[in-house]
Design a protein around this ligand. Structure first.
Ligand code: MN
Ligand code: MN
Length: 476
């Protein structure tokens, strides 16, 4: 065939950039491995619907892979050497892990940074009430949700209640086969004439997201709120808690369904919280699966990204700096602030976060030459932000070039893209907070359909390509 190509065709092949569909370019063995990887991914997703669960499962995975707790190493004054594996779980909600490289930490580290929180509904601190002989929980949504998507789907409750005596009680209900689930009602179409005229953003209100919990009264004529009392009685018997305990609780309402294969060809994964666990899990697994790298490899898993990365578990906290300071102190005889700064400014990071795949049902919001596509490999996103790149850290051409070269040399299929048309909207990631520390950082992750919905869609081939890309990045 090749000798029949015209001069122009040959020139076009040599000079033009074309995005490729990964499914058409990899062999069957690669596809089989992608499917196998996604089986493990789906299990991890089901077991990690909250940041606390993701952090706890990170600790399990890390300790089974030979990672040692940072605090134990500090207590034992144990010095780190190349190949050592270490982790720190921060306040049960975020985590940092490292594989120590053969070069000094002050030469800079390679970081994979993802977030492990996801949009959801939190319970308010005084949540329980009765109305019309039904019991409900008041909620306060967390992160960017389209509120109507949370109505009339089976919901589960995950989290922790700290009792009056200080003991924590972990709660997960709505996931087991015989567990009950919970529900937020919607108006029947027959009576929704007025509701249907409203704007989507106003048809369902924040204060309207009340979780239905029960309808059976406690049988006692003298009690006023019998259904509420019955629920309190069940909660007390099951968990040993009283109503005041909700004041010191963090309970999250999440979709009750499991992650599933999507499509006749099973080429996609559908599940809750894939932003950003579809990057966090491959990042974590990449770190587990590398040999001793030259540069120390770090995986940073943060909380609170969906509400601005604030707080002592978010990417704006001192979590990463404290961890690196300890790594320097444990690898070196004399720690200094200057060594930490030298390490940071020599460090590189892939901000492992998702991008919006083009959705042909809503294609007016995408600029198709600069958008990302399902099945076209890992997404490199030079800048995020909105309205003229506002709030973006904008990776340098040099660093994008470095990552591009690394991926091309290692058979990683990648695409680039922005989040939607200019002025259509936008978004941010943890990239800017790492960039503020002097780190070279590029957003780099998986394209997602139906992002921030209770059931987000990703491509299996992209997930596996992303895992391989992260492994390449943290092996150098
Ligand atoms: Mn994200
Ligand atoms: Mn998000």
């Amino acid at each position: 065939m090749s000798d029949t190509k015209t001069e122009g065709q040959k020139l076009e092949e040599r000079l033009s950039y074309k995005r490729k569909n990964v499914w058409e370019k990899v062999d069957e063995e690669y596809i089989r491995k992608a499917f196998d990887f996604c089986e493990e991914y789906k299990k991890f997703l089901d077991a990690s619907k909250t940041e606390r669960e993701f952090a706890a499962n990170t600790e399990k995975l890390a300790s089974s892979a030979g990672f040692k707790r940072l605090d134990d190493l500090i207590a034992a004054n144990k010095k780190l050497k190349p190949g050592d594996k270490v982790y720190h779980i921060n306040r049960k909600k975020s985590a940092v892990l490292a594989v120590i490289g053969s070069k000094p930490v002050t030469d800079g580290v390679n970081i994979l940074g993802a977030h492990i929180d996801a949009p959801r509904l939190d319970l308010k601190q005084n949540p329980l009430y009765e109305d019309t002989e039904m019991a409900f929980f008041k909620t306060h949504y967390y992160g960017g949700i389209k509120k109507y998507q949370w109505l009339t789907i089976p919901l589960a409750i995950h989290g922790v209640v700290v009792k009056g005596d200080g003991t924590p009680v972990e709660i997960v209900i709505g996931e087991g086969e015989d567990d009950p689930v919970f529900h937020i009602t919607d108006l029947l179409p027959h009576l929704a004439r007025e509701q249907m005229q409203k704007k989507m953003s106003e048809a369902v209100t924040g204060e309207g997201l009340n979780l239905l919990l029960g309808s059976m009264p406690f049988r006692d004529e003298k009690v006023k709120e019998k259904v509420k009392l019955n629920i309190l009685n069940i909660l007390n018997k099951r968990y040993g808690i009283v109503e005041e305990d909700f004041q010191s609780a963090e309970l999250e309402i999440v979709p009750a369904q499991r992650a599933r294969d999507v499509g006749f060809d099973k080429s996609m994964v559908g599940g809750y919280g894939q932003d950003d666990r579809v990057c966090a899990y491959p990042a974590l697994r990449a770190l587990m699966d590398i040999d001793t790298p030259a540069h120390t490899a770090v995986c940073l898993l943060t909380d609170k990204e969906e509400i601005g990365s604030m707080g002592n578990t978010g990417a704006q906290s001192s979590l990463l700096q404290n961890f690196l300071a300890n790594i320097i102190a444990l690898s070196d005889d004399s720690y200094s602030d200057l060594k930490l700064r030298t390490c940071l400014s020599g460090s590189k990071m892939l901000s492992a976060d998702v991008n919006a795949a083009v959705d042909p049902n809503y294609d007016s919001v995408y600029e198709k030459r600069n958008a990302t596509y399902l099945g076209h490999g890992i997404v490199l996103q030079k800048y995020t932000g909105a309205r003229g790149k506002y709030d973006s850290s904008d990776a340098s051409a040099e660093f994008v070039g470095e990552v591009r070269k690394l991926f091309n040399e290692n058979g990683i299929m990648w695409q680039t893209g922005e989040l939607g048309k200019v002025d259509e909207g936008g978004g941010g990631t943890i990239a800017q907070y790492a960039a503020n520390l002097g780190i070279d950082v590029l957003d780099c992750g998986v394209a997602v359909l139906s992002m921030h919905s209770p059931f987000e869609i990703t491509s299996k081939i992209d997930i596996y390509m992303t895992y391989n890309a992260y492994r390449v990045f943290c092996s150098i």
